[in-house]
Ligand binder design. Sequence first.
Ligand code: LHQ
Length: 259
Amino acid sequence: MTVLVEKHAGYRQISLNRPDRLNALNADMHGALMAALGEAETDRECRAILLTGAGRGFCAGQDLADVQVGDTGAPDLKAVLERYNTLVRTLRGLAMPVVCAVNGVAAGAGANLALACDIVLAAKSASFIQAFSRIGLIPDCGGTWLLPRLVGAARARALAILAEPLPAERAAEWGLIWQAVEDAALMETAHKLTARLATQATIGIATTKRALDAAETNTLDAQLDLERDLQHELGGSPDYAEGVRAFLEKRAPNFTGRR
Ligand code: LHQ
């Protein structure tokens, strides 16, 4: 099984599982990961996802043995990239928060899949490598879009061109990720965070994700209108009513995450 799924109360842990290849992605893993995300989305009890890797690495990107340049001519990278693009769009568009626990090296597409998640934690021994330039490619999986937005133009360029490993602690200092955590504490921290998110106002969080992504291309004017409209929608949600009631009654809210 190239992807493992564990069900927890309110959320699912999805683990990339080709540890002897540092969880490099092949066609089978793509299919399994898409299926796991699809199943999580249709499970009404699932309100958050925790993505991580089995073994010592998070994900070494594309399995390069799968896209070798052989006697039959150049491989069809367009077709391969279509699969990645679908994966990134799906991850980004999930109507629930996605926590990524980067347990070891995250290289190439593996790094950018992690960065496409909503909240990224990394073990202090982990590192992020925009490995693409080492093999004559550009950062894909949204890397050229995400990197400058997360760390600014100067750092994005150097990361993309130099392909040097960026240690987790520096990644956190630079704002590439949310937090670097002691190795031994990574999974416990990630589980606690995901379990907490699974009890929150899921539709509100999903809408926040949508609004933040839309802001990347909107003017302030357009964004103000969008915020007004989305807030209006949320104003009719059971979780908003419960949140306000709980505040006024000085108790913890009991969100359902449902429309
Ligand atoms: C691997 C891989 C790997 C196969 C480690 N493939 N076996 C999209 C579309 C189309 C085309 C191409 O690309 C893309 C997007 C991309 O992701 S491009 C970037 C692809 N990834 C890379 O270039 C990273 C390649 N890996 C590495 O540079 C190193 O493995 C890193 C720096 C990640 C880790 O280094 P080490 O900790 O020293 O581990 P290692 O290199 O010894 O790897 C362990 C094993 O895993 C090893 O196999 P072996 O049989 O010798 O034990 C590697 O060959 C294998 N492996 N990455 N991407």
